[in-house]
Design a protein around this ligand. Structure first.
Ligand code: UT7
Length: 309
């Protein structure tokens, strides 16, 4: 039994917050933000909720997948900014999509959330327990950002990305994956129940490059593929310098590495599905290409998934 990626979708709020806007809010500059992070602007939700952003991204993914919403048997939604304590945002999304006879749950793995969710979906498919699954990454980080803290508020943005995956008798699109967590590092990146994002940026930077490099090498070895056989790397978008260092360490040319952090900043669990959808819709990722996805985030959590799209 193989896992096929049928379709993807995104939603990005209309409202754009540029580095120049931030210059008026905190003691920062476009120059600092651009050179230290690669971010130029980010999207900020206005009326949107996590559920409404997830809904728009999911509708697009379902349409692009060529399936009917009723065919979805499972929704796995990765977020660290759910709309309610409970029920899960996945259940709220299920209601909006009017899907019956399925089950839904949220998954909490911060910036690695989408890769974790895709990994769980792959396991459900391969065990025969579900055959059509909607996987979503959505964040409304603007709600948990301290807009007076220049060291964090310039980094994050809002948005959603979704993917429909299905069981198939053909070879699996997902070639290899490996997820990790190290809970003893929880205080490097976290938010208290009703608090703002706290981050030890420098420590995280080094751990991010090191961990993603190691896990990328692990999945390539597992699948028996070399870096030359990878057509595109779609990393979590946290910092362009992390992305570039990772590419250098893996000895993969920068042209093969997808980045849209300049436009959206760090959207945590939404960053990989948004980037994946853009890579597909701009023709950077074509059917048959080998894509390497990797992320690192709060938990700490990290992982990589190697797939043939
Ligand atoms: O998504 C989960 C994964 N996330 C990550 O992996 C993030 C990893 N970390 C990073 O991307 C970087 O560490 C940051 C972008 C967060 C920070 O960059 P940095 O090069 O590590 O800067 P820093 O925190 O060491 O700060 C350097 C200086 C400090 O001033 P002093 O102490 O040298 O005088 C900061 O106060 O830059 C100052 N600074 C700022 N200046 C202007 C910090 N934030 C700002 C700002 N504008 N927004």
């Amino acid at each position: 039994m193989g896992t096929k990626i049928l379709g993807t979708g995104v939603y990005l709020p209309q409202r754009v917050l540029t580095n120049y806007d931030l210059e008026k809010m905190v003691d920062t500059s476009d120059e600092w933000i651009s050179t230290r992070t690669g971010i130029k602007e980010r999207r900020i939700a206005k009326e949107e909720t996590a559920t409404s952003m997830a809904l728009e991204a999911s509708k697009m993914a379902i349409e692009n997948a060529g399936v009917r919403a009723e065919e979805i048997e499972l929704i796995i939604l990765a977020t660290l900014t759910p709309d309610k304590k409970f029920p899960s945002t996945a259940c709220l999304l299920q209601a909006e999509l009017r899907i019956k006879n399925s089950f839904s749950f949220d998954l909490s793995a911060a910036c690695s959330g989408f890769l974790y969710a895709l990994d769980v979906a792959d396991a459900y498919i391969k065990s025969g327990k579900a055959s059509k699954i909607l996987v979503v990454g959505v964040e409304k980080l603007s709600e948990i950002v301290d807009w007076e803290d220049r060291s964090t508020c310039v980094l994050f943005g809002d948005g959603a990305g979704a993917m429909v995956v299905s069981s198939s008798d053909e070879d699996s699109d997902i070639l290899a994956s490996r997820m990790y967590s190290e809970g003893s590092f929880w205080d490097i990146l976290y938010a208290e129940k009703c608090g703002y994002i706290q981050m030890k940026g420098k420590e995280l930077f080094k751990l991010a490059v090191r961990s993603m490099e190691a896990v990328c090498r692990e999945v390539m070895e597992k699948a028996g593929l070399s870096t030359e056989e990878v057509d595109i790397v779609i990393p979590h978008q946290a910092n362009i310098r992390i992305i570039n260092s990772l590419a250098d360490k893996l000895e993969i040319p920068k042209e093969k590495v997808f980045a849209n952090i300049d436009r959206y900043g760090n959207t945590s669990a939404a960053s990989i599905p948004i980037a994946f959808h853009e890579a597909v819709s701009t023709g950077r990722l074509k059917r048959g290409d080998v894509a390497l996805l990797t992320a690192m985030g709060g938990g700490l959590t990290w992982g990589a998934t190697l797939l043939r799209y």
